[in-house]
Design a protein around this ligand. Structure first.
Ligand code: TPP
Ligand code: SF4
Ligand code: MG
Length: 307
């Protein structure tokens, strides 16, 4: 679906509390165009809990539940059960949570809902940190990135969340990025067409947390995908397909770029370049990216069941 053909109606209203250039609001606009009004969102503590504005006003034109940090998936299960009892099985139930609420504190609730087969869509907007509370590290923060709890750069690599999700054998799991709205829209539409648990993770470059100019959110997201630092793919009933620029990288039609192309313009990585270039840590980031792509190729080739 081309952007010009997407529904014109906005279900996330302007004048909300998002920062300028906020990736969460960009992604929400797109996903709500795909989902339409027949949707209930459940949102745990995260930036979007603020974006939805202060009571009694709201920036959403659909019902939204503001839930506790760890409860995105379990609240979705409850909403779905309640709607089913009312004969409203056609309502889209969507959990929308940050990476902290997904990779970390909400992980067991997510696992439970996936295992129970809850018929819902879980969407994680991944800005790779706990941004709402002042940019602390999360399980999604990349190696070498600075946060307020990893000042000199995180010393661990990010968690393989898609691998964990995939291990639940759900009908549909996909990655996306705010810089590719058509791809995101199509993935939400595909998720809506299936029954059972569906999971979508969106890379969401955050200007204040990653330290880049607010006008560059889309550019930074595009750089992530084109450099190979973030892969676009979907896992449909166990079959993995790569999309957009990631397909060309997977098939080696386009080479992986130096990781520097991705990290150079983000202040959160400046300690890798100043006061002097940290060759070891830049090389480790590059090596991890190459390990990820080796794994993707083995998965697609059917040699490895894990993602
Ligand atoms: C049990 C609990 N612990 C801590 C908090 C404080 N808290 C609210 S939002 C948040 C960070 C959320 O991070 P993430 O899920 O990545 O969303 P983002 O803020 O990045 O949008 C934290 C730690 C809380 N609300 N509840
Ligand atoms: S901190 Fe980042 S994710 Fe949160 S509202 Fe601002 S731009 Fe959006
Ligand atoms: Mg976050």
């Amino acid at each position: 679906m081309a952007i010009k053909d997407m529904p014109r109606e906005e279900l996330l209203l302007p004048g909300n509390a998002a920062c300028p250039g906020c990736p969460a609001s960009v992604a929400l606009r797109v996903i709500l165009k795909a989902l339409g009004e027949n949707t209930v969102l459940t949102i745990p503590a995260c930036c979007t809990a603020v974006i939805q504005s202060l009571y009694p006003k709201t920036s959403f034109k659909i019902p939204v539940l503001n839930m506790a940090f760890e409860t995105a998936a379990v609240s979705a299960s409850g909403i779905k059960a309640g709607l089913r009892m009312q004969g409203k099985d056609d309502v889209n139930v969507v959990a929308w949570a940050g990476d902290g609420g997904t990779y970390d504190i909400g992980l067991q609730a997510l696992s439970g809902a996936l295992e129970r087969g809850t018929d819902f869509i879980y969407i994680c907007y991944n800005n790779e940190m706990y941004s709402n509370t002042g940019v602390q590290r999360s399980g999604a923060t990349p190696y070498g990135a600075s946060t307020t709890t990893s000042w000199s750069g995180k010393t661990e690599h990010r968690k393989d969340l898609m691998g964990i999700v995939r291990a639940h054998n759900i009908p549909y799991a996909a990655t996306a990025c705010v810089a590719y709205p058509e791809d995101l829209y199509n993935k939400v539409k595909k998720a809506m067409s299936m029954r059972g648990p569906k999971f979508i993770e969106i890379l969401a470059p955050c200007p204040p947390g990653w330290h880049f100019d607010m006008s560059k959110t889309i550019e930074v997201g595009r750089n992530a995908v084109q450099a190979g630092a973030w892969a676009l793919y979907e896992v449909e009933n166990g079959k993995t397909t790569f999309n957009g620029p990631s397909k060309a990288i997977l098939e080696k039609k386009v080479p992986l770029k130096p990781i520097e192309d991705w990290i150079r313009d983000q202040g959160r990585f400046k300690q890798l370049f100043k006061p002097k270039r940290d060759e070891a840590r830049i090389a480790e980031l590059q090596a991890q990216m190459e390990r990820d792509w080796d794994k993707y190729r083995r998965i697609v080739a059917g040699e490895c069941a894990e993602l």
